[in-house]
Structures are given as C-alpha cells and as structure tokens.
Design a binder for this molecule. Structure first.
Ligand SMILES: *Cc1c(COP(=O)(O)O)cnc(C)c1O
Length: 432
C-alpha cells in the first residue's frame, strides 16, 4: 500500500510512514493511492460473515500487503472486539449504534485500530513515540483508552477548558500512566492549531518523535469504514438501498463512508448532518468553502469550524458537482436538536444523544422530501456521555452504564495551558 499527500499527489510514502507521521510535511493529508473494490461475491455474502471477518477482509484489500496477513488478523482481533448493531426505530429509520466500545463513542474503532497499528510499527524503535491529539470531546477518551499502557508510546491530549462534558473530561484526565491531559484556555480550533504547529516545528521534531492521533491520521479512518459494511449486512435484504446519515464535525466518519462506497459497498447517498457549524452544508449548497471560527453547541463533538477532512472529501469527489450528487447537507440549531431528542424518546422510547439527534432531524427532513427512503443514522456516542444535556431535555433521570458511572468518583489530573503554540512548545520541551 502506498499513500500520497493531497497537496502533492506524486509524492508517495509507505503505510508505516503515513501512520507514524500522521501529517505530511506539506501540510496536506495522506490518502491511499488505490482504494480497491472488494470482490462482488464478498459484498453479496456479507450476512454470512461476523464483524471481525468483515473488518479483516476490508483491511486486507485496502492495506494490500503493508502488513503480513497473520499479523493483520491478530491486529484486527484486538481492535474490533465489540459490536456495531443496528436498531430499527420504525420501518424506514435505523440507528447504527457505534457506542459499544470502552469510551462509548464511535472513535473507539479508530483509536483502537490506530493504537494496534502504531505499536506494531513502533516495536523495533528505541526512541519513545509522543502522540499529540486535540479533542473536542470524544477523541481524547477513545485515544486514552486505546493507547493506555502501550509500551514505548506517550499520549498528550489537548482539550478546550469548559467545553467538554464532565464525564468526557474524566475519561481523559483520570487514567494517568502514559496519558497526559492538557487543559487549554481556548477552543477546539486553538487545540487543533497548536498540534498542527507542533508537527511543522523543526525544533520540536529534532527533539521528539511526534505523531498524531487526530482523525487526520489515516489509521483512524480505515477502521471507520468497517462498520458501514457491518450496518449494511444487518439491513433487511429488501431494504439495502438505505442512505447513510452521518452527524459530522471533522468529517472523518463521513470520509470513511466514502471509502466504503469506493470499495464497492452500494451506498446510495449520504447526508452530512451538522449543528450550527455548517461550513460543509453551506459548501454543498453554494460551492463556496468558507471556514469559520467554531460555535459552541450542545452537540459539542461536532463544534468544528474548519473540518480537517474536507480536503479528503474533495480529493475523493473531485468536483463540487460530484459531491453534491453524493452528499446532501443538513444543519440544525440547538432547539431543534433538543426537539429531536424529545421526539425520539416519546415516539420510539429510544434515548438518542444530542449528536445522533442532529442526524435524526436530518433523516426526518430528508424523508419528508424523498418519501419511501430508508435511512440509517450513525449514533456516534452513548447518550450518558452528555447527561447535562440529556436529562434536562427529557425531564427525567436516565440510566448510566456501569463503566461510565465509576469515573465520576475518580480525581481529574490535568495541566493548565494557554492557547498559544509558544507555551505548548515550551512545556513539551521541558517535560521530556
Ligand atoms: C467526533 C464525533 C463526531 C464527529 O465526527 P467526525 O468524524 O469528526 O465528523 C460526532 N459525534 C460524536 C459523538 C463524536 O464524538
């Protein structure tokens, strides 16, 4: 497998280099040279295969001998060890539950696979690897859980102070060991900019072996394509023309859906559902890409003003026109999000989290305009991660899974940080 940068399509690197570097030197994003179509026979027989087998087959084709099959098989077994079930709300609306991993959000898929891949590629190195990751909420917890106690790898998580939920914060500040949390006095975009600057800083790179765990890392995207296959397999046989609706922030999840489609999964259409941070829906409507500062919403993991995977979406779709034909945009404000959560509870007795609710609103709107469409909404996190939003809206206490409840009593440990690259750099150098 070879990968190129979206900024210089003739410069190739190996999977190992792409995964360990995270970001190319030219500030583009790594993309696989070839996204191969899977055998039609395999797609036809998806229902015969368990999820890990599907994941293994998809990655075997995409990674094309970058990792020996025996090692890849073990790696997938360790990474894909929880389920991704679909639940029917009614005869035309399905929920794909992506929250059955350790941190209760879809990012567990990417983080676990990436941790496996990085420790595989890092095993013969003697210098420690430092992983930098900016989080708007869920990435941090997933990455922390995925890399916890991985030998030879240190993880530094930057998160915006006061802008993640209480339990999300606990997920990234209570593990300790090789995981360090920096509480940044700023926004997610500030955190992301600080991480980007670190990768481009010659000084730092001379001192440290740096790598990224954000959704910009190709190792995060690849496993996110697996569950589109897994969802498709579970749809009733005569409803496999369903469209997929993806509540989006940095657009890694949707980009992984485009990968799955390119690999031959017959996905008819996508909906990019966003909160008030509507840069992509606006682009789909107008053809103009206008990044903006992010606005804070109750679906905070999608508060992204300049989605980093947009370059990949353009790369995959080539033109605005193609993207318009492939993806519909949808955006809603916090009031509608609350209404969506309430409605799903009252109508279907299902508790949906604020991110999933944006997706639910999107398919409702789409199905009004396109009757007889079946739709799958990706439920990106478990509702209990957002109790401070969910309980007031539903005007009721909601049950919390045990593995989250235990966090409430653990002590938060975080290092306070200004939102400038200079202070981050200084800390990085003195802390090693
Ligand atoms: C990260 C996240 C999103 C956004 O996903 P992207 O791949 O960045 O578009 C949506 N919902 C939840 C709960 C998340 O954690």
């Amino acid at each position: 497998m070879k990968l190129y940068s979206t900024n210089s399509p003739t410069n190739y690197v190996s999977l190992k280099e792409a995964v360990l570097k995270g970001l190319p030197d030219d500030n583009g994003l790594f993309m696989p040279e070839v996204i191969p179509a899977l055998p039609k026979e395999f797609i036809k027989k998806l229902s015969d295969y368990p999820f890990p087998v599907i994941a293994y087959e998809v990655s075997r084709h995409l990674l094309a001998e970058a990792i020996p099959e025996k090692d890849l098989y073990m790696l997938i077994r360790n990474a894909v060890n929880f389920s991704a079930p679909i639940v029917a709300l009614d005869e035309s609306k399905y929920i794909l539950e992506l929250f059955h991993g350790p941190s209760l959000a879809f990012k567990d898929f990417g983080a676990r696979f990436m941790a496996q891949l990085m420790s595989y590629f890092n095993k013969n190195e003697d210098k420690e690897l430092t992983i930098l990751v900016a989080t708007s909420g869920d990435t941090g917890g997933a990455v922390a859980a995925g890399f916890y106690k991985t030998p030879g790898i240190n993880v530094i998580i930057l998160y915006p102070s006061g802008k993640v939920s209480a339990l999300q914060e606990k997920q990234l500040t209570t593990l300790g060991e090789n995981i360090t949390a920096l509480e940044v006095d700023g926004t997610f975009d500030d955190c992301q900019a600080m991480v980007k600057s670190a990768f481009l800083d010659a000084d730092l790179n001379a001192h440290l072996r740096l790598s990224s765990a954000n959704s910009i890392n190709i190792a995060r995207l690849i496993p996110q394509s697996f569950y589109y296959f897994e969802a498709y397999k579970q749809l009733p046989k005569d409803e496999r023309d369903a469209i997929f609706c993806v509540p989006s922030g940095n657009f890694g999840n949707l980009t992984a859906g485009l990968f799955a489609q390119k690999m031959g999964l017959p996905i008819q259409h996508f909906i990019a559902a966003t909160n008030a941070n509507d840069v992509v829906p606006e682009y789909l409507a107008s053809g103009k890409y206008n990044p903006k500062p992010s606005v804070q919403t109750i679906s905070n993991a999608m508060d992204v003003g300049n989605p980093s995977n947009f370059a990949r979406m353009l790369d995959l779709c080539s033109t605005w026109n193609t993207m318009q034909n492939t993806i519909s945009g949808y955006t809603c404000n916090d009031d509608s999000t609350r209404k969506g959560m309430k409605e799903v509870k009252e109508k279907y007795d299902y508790i949906i989290d604020p991110h999933g609710a944006v997706g639910y609103n999107a398919i409702k709107d789409y199905q009004e305009k396109h009757p007889n469409t079946k739709a799958v909404v990706l439920e990106t996190a478990h509702y209990s991660k957002f109790l401070d939003v969910v309980e007031p809206v539903l005007e009721d206490k909601v049950p919390i899974p045990e593995r989250l409840a235990v966090l409430a009593n653990k002590e938060k440990v975080a290092i306070q940080m200004e939102n400038t690259f200079e202070s981050f750099k200084e800390w990085l150098i003195q802390s090693r």
